[in-house]
Design a protein around this ligand. Structure first.
Ligand code: SAH
Length: 374
């Protein structure tokens, strides 16, 4: 990634009604702190105007780490033999959802390794149905359970889920091919099709990318943002790439020891991720943007910084503690706490000091969805 040759004035770029690729590349690379902070400030202002001074909660349930995919970056990839595989029972899922409901979380998010078999599809359908029934439809439900058929997406929507997050991982087909095996269950076009099907089914649809992947350029990242605008997403979930030692991409990193030309140092990956969040907020305005766990891994104050750069959703992890450590997508993923409420309360205090509140009891749907589907 090359430093820009001339001094860049971000204020003149930020004043534009619509950014092009070159604008985005400049803002992703500008070095001066003053210019950088202008971007964050504008993003936070945009958040307050279009999404309010509220942060919404999604209690995160990591339903299963069994996965049929073999993504080169992911710790729970199918051929990692060091993973103790688990799948929560419907009772466990519902119990966690009710826990979140009683604490007024407003919404939950169910995330999982990817499977397409009937027992898996039924488990999710039945869990959603039970959660709906036992909370009298009071709890919002986001799914993040990978690529499925339009039919499956419709079944889960009919059961009562209404938001779905499926990261494209990278909008560059070439880079996508480098970080996934070359076979029929890891096709860029299928992932795109799945995203289109989510919209077709009627979900509030979200996507996102990993930031700082080996071989990823700032042009790629600018294109990722343009992709999100073009695809007209309702939600964004993105975060830094963090190597996992039991993955092909992680091993590659380690074997290069000190000099890793293709991997940015953590602080730079974090900085780039913050800029991506800020630029997504400025461009997409009334969408929901997650302050992801991976942000917190690279910076102890990562989540708060993400919010101040435009994020408005926080996903406290509620996966049962006995499975702590089994859903390790990347190295250093924080352990599940005894009480997820502790993280919420901590954040609430921080938020209060900047005039933000937590949207207890609210679904916190992205306004963008209602505009898009009007
Ligand atoms: N398989 C599901 C969700 C589980 S993985 C789906 O595709 O929706 C959730 C996200 O974790 C992935 O989309 C990916 O972007 C992210 N992830 C996986 N490995 C990672 C790593 N090493 N560093 C950072 N993020 C990672």
């Amino acid at each position: 990634m090359m430093a820009p040759p001339i001094k860049i004035r971000t204020d003149s770029i930020l004043a534009k009604p619509r950014f092009d690729r070159e604008d985005l590349v400049q803002m992703l690379t500008v070095k001066e702190d003053r210019e950088k902070h202008r971007i964050f400030r504008k993003a936070y202002e945009t958040k307050k105007t279009f999404a309010g001074n509220v942060v919404y909660l999604r209690g995160l349930i990591e339903l299963s780490n069994i996965c049929r995919k073999d993504c080169y970056y992911c710790g729970i990839r199918r051929s990692n033999p060091h993973v103790n595989r688990y799948t929560l029972t419907r009772e466990e899922i519902v119990e966690k959802a009710l826990w979140a409901w009683r604490r007024n979380f407003g919404s939950i998010a169910i995330q999982s390794g990817e499977r397409t078999d009937k027992p898996f599809i039924d488990l999710i359908t039945d869990s959603i149905t039970a959660i709906r029934k036992e909370t009298s439809n009071a709890l919002g439900i986001t799914l993040s359970c990978g690529e499925q058929t339009l039919d499956t997406y419709r079944r889960w929507l009919d059961a009562g889920a209404h938001r779905y997050l499926l990261r494209i991982e990278t909008s560059s087909e070439e880079l996508f091919r480098k970080i996934h095996p070359d076979n029929e269950i890891h096709r860029y076009n299928d992932r795109l099709l799945a995203l289109e099907n989510l919209k077709k089914a009627g979900y509030q649809t979200g996507t996102g990318v990993m930031i700082g992947l080996p071989g990823q350029t700032t042009d790629d990242l600018a294109n990722d943002l343009l992709f999100m605008r073009y695809f007209d997403v309702d939600m964004v979930g993105m975060g830094p790439y963090i190597p996992h030692p039991d993955t092909p991409l992680g091993i590659e990193m380690e074997s290069q020891k000190t000099e890793i030309p293709s991997l940015l140092p953590p602080a730079e990956r974090f900085d780039l991720s913050l800029r991506m969040i800020a630029l997504a907020r400025i461009m997409l305005k009334d969408v929901n943007i997650v302050a992801s766990t991976a942000m917190q891994v690279l910076d102890p104050d990562g989540r708060m910084k993400a919010i101040l750069a435009g994020a408005n959703v926080f996903m406290p992890n509620m996966t049962p503690k006995i499975y702590t450590g089994d859903y390790n997508l990347y190295q250093g993923k924080p352990m599940v706490m005894d009480d997820p409420m502790v993280a919420v309360k901590e954040l609430e205090i921080r938020l209060k000091s900047v005039g933000e509140i937590i949207g207890y009891g609210k679904w916190g749907d992205p306004k963008h969805y209602f505009k898009r589907t009007q």
